[in-house]
Structures are given as structure tokens and as C-alpha cells.
Design a protein around this ligand. Structure first.
Ligand code: FAD
Length: 418
């Protein structure tokens, strides 16, 4: 028995060494840092063209821990073909203004879907592997160096520091992207701090999302309840101000709406950062995708749809670069160009609307919601609401009520009256 165990350890140790040596010496056409949805989606599309792709993921399980509310549009479902991961279909929203009054926006269609986010990540990673991508877990990238015409990546795994070389590095390593910082590409306008949880909660209207506004509970952002079914929900709040304690905001949120949260039991807590803004997404031999490239929606913080769109464009340009053996900044700028053509206009508009939103006082917000709480505006919002392109509905509203955002004198008058 002892001999058996001894041999087993010896053989396992030897195999481990061989494995490390293989990885050490291997040159990859593309090396992706981060095995989230953006990284795996891009990797899959590149590997399908016959290129050697390695994904390095620091976590030991893909998709865990979940840092997401898992609310997506029908486009995200179509892009990923993951209909089976839908847990709930959302047909409207109750919007609570800072003064606690609510407005119900409901339509006959499904505006959004709550999905199993961990399974989405796992499904995308599996598909990438089936396309020939090598996915290495528990591999944390710690250092990057330019070497010759490519890049050498250092990563920690199983107590050792290993290296891998590549011609093209894709940074899909999320909001705190090491690749973006290393390539001097990262200047997000802001990073929203999110505090969230999956909870047991009675949902009297399991098809409605609740959105809560007010600087006391979500400064510069909003609070949410996304029902998964009649008894479970994802809840959270965010803050765009670094100096405001997120934990305090959460406490306040739970206290202010204590009736809504009555009997709540936390299943698991989560949170994270969402980068907001626009940044350059490439440098020579480097491309960024997903949160690392700030491919997020400025109004809601949703990053799955823009990140997957980014991954498609990124992979197309990467394949062209690999075929042309050209990884210069100029060549890779095709990525920025195509991204801008597809998404930039919506993101720029949304950034402007976000800025207006952040500058509104609680009084202004409450007033706006009071004004909008009529049949006409509610049905207009329900008609034009699109969670991927919120600027469409925002444009409709701002055409008429821009005075609320620009004429602070008028509002001050109302404020003193109100
Ligand atoms: C609380 C919260 C709620 C959200 N809710 C929604 C929502 O409802 N809908 C929506 O569309 N979006 C939502 N988002 C945003 C969404 O989660 C992100 O936009 C999305 O995960 C981005 O995918 P990604 O692949 O770019 O990055 P990530 O999913 O962050 O993946 C990056 C991966 O890189 C790995 N990594 C990082 N550094 C290294 C390293 N040095 N070495 C190796 N691996 C590394 C990480 O472990 C991670 O797995 C939410 C975000 C938060 C924080």
C-alpha cells in the first residue's frame, strides 16, 4: 500500500512537472487573461479559426464567485443561445422616487430576463474548450513583459511561477484589469461600487423589478430588487462616490424599505466594481475586452451585452491580425473603429444622461417621477424601454423635460415651494 502511495505521488509529481514544462515552453497565438464571459467568448471565436488560444483564470471554478445580478436582455440570450439559463422573465418595473412614492411601468412584453450567471460563464468556457481553447484555472497572472515581437506572461499556479509567451494578449480581466494598467490603457471615468446579495424574499409581483432612487440609499446610482421567483430575489445598491460608505447605504436601503425586506434571509452576499466611461481598447500586441475595456452600460452598469459585443468585434480583428501577422497598434485600431461604429454613440449618449442624473437633487428626481407618473408617459416609457439602449427612451423624456435638468433656478423655486 505504502509503495503504491509513494509511486502515485512520484508519478503525479512527475506529470505535474512535465505539464508545467509544456506550458512554460509553449507559445500561444493568443493568450487571454480572465476566463469571464468576455474572455471565453472572444477565445472561442478566435480558436474556431484554428489558432492556438490559452485562457488563464485565477479562480479555481469558472463563474464563481458570482458578482452579478444576472439581468440581461433578449439580445444577450440570442448572442449566447442560452435560453435554458433563464430563471425569470421580467415584464415591468416599479420605480421608487427618493420621497418613497412609486411609479409602475408595465408592458405586455418581456423587457429583461434573470439568468443563472455562474452557469452562463461555465457554458461559455465549455464552448471555448470545445473549440480548442486551453483553459487553465487557478492561474493568476502577476507580471507581463514585452519580449522580442511578443509578450511574456508570468502567472502563479500551484505555488510556482510559470511563464507563457504570446503574439497577442487579450486583457479580459475585469474592472481592475492588470493588462489595462500594464499597457497604460485604463482611465475609466468612474467606478461604481456595488453591494448585492441573493436572498430569500416574498415577491408579491414576481414579474416586476423594483428600482429605488435617492442619495440616501444609492448616491449616484440606484437600488434594485430582481425577483427570481416568488420566494427568491437578487437585491443590491450602488454608489458612485468613493468616500461614501457602501455598507451604510445598504443598511439605510434595508431600513428605509424595511416593509419590503420583511423576513428577508441572505443566501449569499456579493458585490464588486463596475467601470463606467470610454477608454482606448488596444495597444501594440494588446487588446482589452469586457469590463477591462469599460464595455459597460453607463446607466445600468450592465456589462454582459456590451462585453459580448466587444468580444465578437475583438475576435474578428484578432483573427485578421493573426492572418496578417501584424499586431501593431495601427492594425489593432480596427477594433476601436468597429467598436465605436457599433456602440460608441449609445454609450456616449448614455454617459451624458448619466451625468444629468447624477446632478439631480433628490427633490428634482421626485418631481420628475411625479410628472412622469401619468398614463401618457408611462405607456411611452413602456413602449420605448430597451435595457441595452436606454438612451432611446431617455431622449423621448428629455425632449420635453430638459428644463428640469438645465434650469436650476426654476427647480430651486419649486424646491422652496415644495
Ligand atoms: C454587483 C454587480 C451586479 C451586476 N449585475 C449585472 C447585471 O444584472 N447584468 C449585466 O449585464 N451586468 C451586470 N454586472 C456587470 C457584469 O457582471 C460584468 O460587466 C461582467 O462580468 C463583465 O464580464 P468580463 O468577462 O469582462 O469580466 P469578469 O466577469 O469580471 O471576468 C474577469 C475574469 O478575470 C479574472 N481575472 C482577473 N484578474 C486576473 C488575473 N490577474 N489573472 C487571471 N485571471 C484574472 C477574474 O477572476 C474573472 O473571472 C454586475 C456587476 C456587479 C459588480
Amino acid at each position: 500500500m505504502c509503495v503504491y502511495i509513494y509511486l502515485h505521488i512520484k508519478i503525479a509529481g512527475r506529470l505535474k512537472l512535465i505539464f508545467y514544462e509544456v506550458f512554460k515552453k509553449m507559445e500561444w497565438d493568443v493568450l487571454v487573461v480572465g476566463g469571464g464571459p468576455a474572455g471565453c467568448f472572444a477565445a472561442e471565436h478566435i480558436a474556431k479559426h484554428g489558432f492556438k488560444v490559452l485562457v488563464l483564470e485565477e479562480n479555481s471554478v469558472i463563474g464563481e464567485p458570482v458578482q452579478c445580478a444576472g439581468l440581461v436582455s433578449h439580445r444577450t440570450i440570442e448572442l449566447t443561445g442560452c435560453q435554458k439559463l433563464i430563471l425569470n422573465s421580467l415584464k415591468g418595473a416599479n420605480v421608487y422616487s427618493p420621497n418613497g412614492k412609486s411609479m409602475k411601468l408595465a408592458g405586455s412584453r418581456s423587457y429583461a430576463f434573470a439568468i443563472d450567471r455562474a452557469l452562463l460563464d461555465q457554458e461559455l468556457a465549455l464552448r471555448a474548450q470545445k473549440s480548442g481553447v486551453e483553459v487553465l484555472l487557478s492561474a493568476r497572472v502577476t507580471n507581463l513583459k514585452r519580449h522580442g515581437k511578443g509578450i511574456v506572461v508570468e502567472f502563479r499556479r500551484g505555488g510556482s511561477t510559470l511563464t507563457a509567451a504570446t503574439k497577442l494578449l487579450i486583457g479580459a480581466d475585469g474592472a481592475n484589469s492588470l493588462v489595462a494598467r500594464w499597457a497604460s490603457l485604463y482611465q475609466p471615468r468612474e467606478k461604481i461600487k456595488m453591494f448585492a446579495a441573493e436572498v430569500k424574499l416574498q415577491n408579491p409581483f414576481p414579474e416586476m423589478v423594483d428600482i429605488f432612487l435617492g442619495s440616501h440609499i444609492a448616491p449616484g446610482w440606484f437600488g434594485w430588487i430582481i425577483p427570481i421567483d416568488k420566494k427568491r430575489a437578487r437585491i443590491g445598491t450602488g454608489s458612485s462616490f468613493i468616500n461614501i460608505s457602501g455598507r451604510k447605504s445598504v443598511k439605510k436601503f434595508l431600513n428605509v424599505y424595511s416593509k419590503r425586506f420583511y423576513g428577508m434571509e441572505i443566501i449569499r452576499e456579493t458585490g464588486g466594481l463596475v467601470p463606467i466611461g470610454t477608454i482606448q481598447n488596444h495597444a501594440s500586441n494588446v487588446m482589452l475586452v469586457g469590463d477591462a475595456a469599460c464595455q459597460t452600460k453607463p446607466i445600468s452598469g450592465g456589462g454582459l451585452y456590451p462585453g459580448l459585443m466587444g468580444a465578437i468585434i475583438c475576435s474578428q480583428v484578432a483573427v485578421k491580425a493573426l492572418m496578417a501577422e501584424n499586431f501593431s497598434r495601427e492594425f489593432l485600431s480596427g477594433y476601436q473603429l468597429q467598436w465605436n461604429q457599433k456602440m460608441h454613440s449609445e454609450l456616449e449618449k448614455a454617459l451624458n444622461y448619466r451625468e444629468m442624473f447624477v446632478n439631480l437633487s433628490d427633490f428634482q428626481l421626485s418631481l420628475l417621477i411625479k410628472i412622469l407618473n401619468t398614463n401618457y408617459w408611462r405607456s411611452l416609457i413602456s413602449e420605448y424601454m430597451d435595457i441595452d439602449y436606454p438612451s432611446i427612451v431617455a431622449e423621448k423624456l428629455f425632449e420635453k423635460y430638459s428644463f428640469l435638468f438645465f434650469s436650476s433656478k426654476k427647480v430651486k423655486k419649486l424646491e422652496t415651494k415644495g
